[in-house]
Structure formats: structure tokens, C-alpha cells
Design a protein around this ligand. Structure first.
Ligand SMILES: [Zn+2]
Length: 178
């Protein structure tokens, strides 16, 4: 399937075309890449604000993963596995309407992040897309070692041309790239 509009580059109002890290072209080269975005919702105004967005090719994502501690990666993987096992048989649910791991409705989240695993102009065949709620993101962050948080910070500082206010968000370990 085509990449849902919610995952488009908000500045260009079009699909992401290059890796935010190495600038590699993504669409014509049919590359595999990840898109991650974070939003804050203002329920009383029925509005939301985009906190950050990033498209990153698998080479860059793997390089980054390689620099993270094994303990942190295992902890996050186990957490994901446990939570998804508990949520089996949820077929037919719109993945953008609720948290992948808790089922918390999107409308009840103050902040949330969306993830898509893409190839070229489509959602990757063996990929998918999903939403994680604020409480789950917090729980995942608490699993990361200080060392891993430092690596995430360094990666952002070195490779991501982000404005300082966005870097601050990443330094909290928000850039998970799971
Ligand atoms: Zn890249």
C-alpha cells in the first residue's frame, strides 16, 4: 500500500524523498527506510502540533542501532514482545486509531509517536505502521541505559540537521527507531 499522508514530509506536504541523515535518495532507488513522527494533542481545541519528524534509511538506522548497548536493545525488544503477545487477535483494527501495545485510543493521548517501515513509495511488504502512546514511550525510555541515551544524543548531534529545540526532544531518547 502507498504510504499514508500522515507520514508525509509536513514541510513539503509530499512523501519524504531523502534520508534525513545521509541524504540518500529513497523513492526511485526503492530503498527501505523508517519514518518517525511525534505529535502533541490539544484535546480541548481538537488540534495537534507536530513535535518532530524524521525519515532515515536502513543503513543509517542499523549504524545507529549498532552503537546502542545490547542490554538496552534486548530490554526494548522483550518489552515489545511481551506487550504484543498480550494484544494478540486484534485484527481489523485501524493501526492509526490506537496504541499498538496498549490499545489506548488515539483521542486519549496527550503525546504520541507514529512509525512506518517503508520501501520506495510504499509501506514495506514485511513492514507496517503503528502508533505508540505517551505512556508506552515513557516506559520504553525507562528501559534504556544512560549509555544508550548518550549514544542517541550523540547520533542526533552528529548526523541530524535538527533545530536545537528538536534536538532537546531527541536527547530524551525519543528517537527510538525500533
Ligand atoms: Zn541514511
Amino acid at each position: 500500500m502507498k504510504i499514508p499522508e500522515k507520514f508525509h514530509n509536513s514541510l513539503e506536504e509530499a512523501p519524504f524523498k531523502t534520508c534525513n541523515n545521509c541524504q540518500k535518495e529513497l523513492i526511485n532507488s526503492n530503498s527501505e527506510y523508517l519514518i518517525e513522527k511525534a505529535y502533541k494533542q490539544f484535546g480541548q481545541f481538537e488540534a495537534e502540533e507536530l513535535l518532530f519528524e524524521i525519515a532515515i534509511c536502513m543503513d543509517c538506522a542499523n549504524t545507529m542501532r549498532g552503537s546502542l548497548s545490547k542490554e538496552s536493545k534486548n530490554a526494548v525488544e522483550n518489552f515489545f514482545m511481551e506487550k504484543s503477545m498480550a494484544r494478540k487477535n486484534q485484527a481489523g483494527i485501524d493501526p492509526m486509531a490506537e496504541c499498538l501495545l496498549t490499545g489506548k485510543p488515539l483521542t486519549e493521548m496527550e503525546e504520541y509517536q507514529i512509525y512506518a517501515y517503508c520501501q520506495g513509495d510504499s509501506i514495506a511488504m514485511h513492514g507496517g505502521y503503528y502508533v505508540l502512546s505517551d505512556d508506552i514511550i515513557e516506559a520504553i525510555q525507562s528501559l534504556l541505559s544512560a549509555e544508550t541515551k548518550e549514544e542517541l544524543q550523540r547520533f542526533t548531534d552528529e548526523h541530524t540537521g535538527m533545530p536545537p529545540e528538536l534536538k532537546k526532544l531527541f536527547s530524551q531518547g525519543d528517537l527510538l527507531l525500533i
